[in-house]
Design a binder for this molecule. Sequence first.
Ligand SMILES: *Cc1c(COP(=O)(O)O)cnc(C)c1O
Length: 396
Amino acid sequence: MMHGLADHLSATLAQIRADGLEKSETVIGSSQSGTVTVGGRQLVNLCANNYLGLADHSEVVEATIKATENFGSGMASVRFICGTHELHKELENSVARYLEKDDAILFGSCFDANGGIFETILGPEDAVISDTLNHASIIDGVRLSKARRYRFQTSDMDDLRLQLQAADDDGARFKLIVTDGVFSMDGFIANLPEICNLAEQYRAAVMIDECHATGHLGEKGRGTPALTGAGGRVDIISGTFGKTLGGAMGGFIAGPQPVIDLLRQRARPYLFSNALPPGVAAGAIKAIEIAEKADDLRRTLANYTARFRSALTEAGFDLVPGETPIIPLMLYDAVKAQKMAQALRDRGVLVSAFSFPVVPREKARIRTQMSAALTDENISFAIDAFIGAGRDVGVI
Ligand SMILES: *Cc1c(COP(=O)(O)O)cnc(C)c1O
């Protein structure tokens, strides 16, 4: 009894397909690793957020199984009623210690963490100053808050200064600058030292989203504050357990004690959503323990990144410049990006084409991501496949 709504939705879907913007899902029949099995075929995997290869790490899996056996499949409660397990407290302490913050709070995902923080800590008298390229979850979180919104062109420090000044001129009580630490679709790193300088000058707080950094970038994997030297000048950090830190699920915010304490009282995705399963918490605790010591894996990851980037550049591909394991290959046209992804898959390499609304229209791309789970042979194989597919599709 949809009274025409279903037909309307079908027409929208037909348009998405006609525009080359349809996202199809690849069905994987193996664990997430350097290679995956798709329809019985083994493919070299260049599109997981599995930077250190911990998603199927034996110790992470074992910790998850043991906690599940001991404590069951889940808590069947939100945290404040009867859903707080010892493992949650242990994981929060572990995140806070790892990122050198007063405390941390867990969420069902980083999407929820970013969705809950702005409306909790800022009021209508306050201002949030947000990079235009920030993740969708930050954009949505900012929309949910009553704070005044200012946007600065991505990584443009002159524009950030203008926006801070505009917020001051508008009489903002408190100001919060928010940026991705690593921009997920482009792979470049925020200019944290300069952002922190401006924050100091304009008396603003600084929050970063470290989903594509925590665990694999900077000393001990402490992320972009460690990598850029901004360190403790960054006030609030959001992140995920769904990428480098085990790849399961769950998000967090780490920061000053009053921020974390107020989030426990007021953040809606925390108050009104189920607690993380004990097995997931135990896996994340183990993943942090491994990541902190994983200089060898970080070195492998950096070597693959340098090798793949230089081979593709040399072959004539148009890459977004950067130094993180996110290496985007620009095709601009959505249909061409899809064709290139298919040609790569035919040659045994799994990549994903990104188009609107994940990236701006006319900026379609293939985002490749390196992983310590890959082998040298996988990288050589992938480079050959890119060159072959690139010629087939007419990209190089
Ligand atoms: C992946 C990602 C998120 C969402 O994290 P989940 O835990 O998967 O919800 C948020 N921000 C950025 C920058 C991301 O890359």
